[in-house]
Design a protein around this ligand. Structure first.
Ligand code: ATP
Ligand code: MG
Length: 372
């Protein structure tokens, strides 16, 4: 009965010369943990071995009858299986070949005169490969986790929009409805109150004033929650937003709408609207600008919204402020409609925020999908 433990390493040797194979076997004799060394000397045999077994490393002679190590490499690449690192073992005259092999992706090469270093070269190739695999695994996990985060953000954002729309509806139907009813009643009271009762007249007047204030406030809140102006299209909404901005801040705003009429999916309209909204809020908070331009276009199947100012510019480190969520939210929002956001510091003169969204398919026209 064989009590020996399984060898630590499985090594494939592509070699036609018995003497050279023997040399390699000798060089590997003292490898800790022992090795299983398989030898092949034709391309079909190499392919079969690589498909049948996971080797830790392959040692490849440069010149074989009728083919070279490079042919062997290319044949192996076509197999579509995970390959071990390839180490080229070549005689001194093959140095140019060694350079070519390294360029192709061989893990390492060794001159036959240096066969004493074989164990070290193999160990290193295996270690490098393991580190590479670990890094690939980590990259895959990171990408998966980023994907999950993006999905969560998308879900959160669509929930927030739904929630906002629902609150806006409630304010409109409940509060708006009630306030309108009160306004009619107050008007009725105003008409029927004794014309000589000055105190009563004054109370009615001040109640009417307060009511107008409350109606205005609830309309403003509704506008911010879900801009009904968007029902008239993005161009109308942006132009309304621009006028409001100018009136409130005194900053001149130039809005250039596209020449053609736009027919956009509602989710993209909302993303563009929120982008302009945050960009304008940022300008009034941070930019110290005197002029702002909003440009909307849909050339070459891509919707582009650019909001630029001539203010103090946005320093690169400002994008990563720990408590700043505006720009971060815009990046996420752009992603949820298949687009992206560019922020450019225009040579120290002002800032440009550019949202680009390809308008390829109709997959984004359902912003208010039911919650799962
Ligand atoms: N137009 C701009 N001009 C100059 N600086 C800007 C401009 N827009 C943004 N910034 C800078 O970039 C930072 C990040 O902006 P961001 O919108 O993410 O956060 P915020 O506006 O500070 O906070 P929040 O949007 O979360 O309320 C800002 O704090 C500001 O320093
Ligand atoms: Mg902001």
């Amino acid at each position: 009965m064989d009590h020996r433990a399984a060898p630590r390493l499985h090594i494939l040797h592509l070699e036609d010369s018995d003497i050279d194979h023997h040399l390699v076997r000798r060089a590997l004799r003292d490898l800790p943990g022992g090795v299983a060394l398989d030898r092949v000397d034709t391309l079909p045999a190499l392919r079969e071995s690589l498909v049948d077994r996971r080797y830790d490393v392959a040692i490849v002679d440069y010149r074989l009858p009728g083919f070279s190590a490079i042919d062997a490499w290319e044949a192996a690449q076509r197999l579509g299986v995970e390959l071990p690192p390839f180490v080229l073992l070549t005689s001194a005259i093959g140095e140019t070949a060694a350079v070519e092999a390294m360029r192709l992706g061989f893990a390492d090469y060794l001159l036959k005169d240096d066969i004493g270093k074989l164990v070290r070269v193999l160990e290193r190739s295996i270690e490098v490969r393991q580190a590479q695999r670990a890094r690939e695994r980590a990259d895959r996990e990171l990408a998966a986790s980023e994907r999950r985060l993006a999905e969560l953000t998308e879900h959160l954002q669509s929930s927030i929009e739904q929630e906002r729309a629902a609150i806006a509806r409630e304010i409109h139907d409940d509060i708006g409805g009630a306030l309108t009813a009160v306004r009619f009643d107050l008007a009725w009271i105003g008409r029927h109150v004794d014309a000589d009762d000055a105190a009563m007249q004054q109370h009615v007047q001040s109640a009417t004033g307060m009511l107008a204030h409350a109606l205005g406030a609830s309309q403003r809140i509704m506008m911010n929650l879900r801009p009904p102006i968007l029902d008239q299209g993005l161009v109308a909404a942006l132009s309304w937003m621009g006028e409001n901005f100018s009136r409130r801040t005194g900053i001149a705003l130039d809005f250039q709408p596209p020449r053609e009429r736009l027919a956009l999916p509602p989710a993209i309209e909302l993303a563009a609207y929120r982008t302009a909204q945050e960009a304008l809020t940022n300008i009034s908070k941070h930019a110290e600008a005197r002029r702002v331009a909003i440009e909307l276009s849909d050339g070459e199947g891509v919707l582009t919204l650019e909001v630029s100012d001539d203010g103090r510019g946005l320093p690169p480190e400002a994008r990563d402020k720990p408590r700043a969520f505006g720009l971060r939210g815009l990046h996420e929002r752009a992603r949820t409609v298949g687009g992206w956001l560019d922020i450019s510091n225009r040579n120290g003169v002002g800032t440009s925020i550019i949202l680009s969204v390809p308008l390829d398919d109709g997959s984004h026209d359902a912003p208010e999908e039911p919650l799962p």
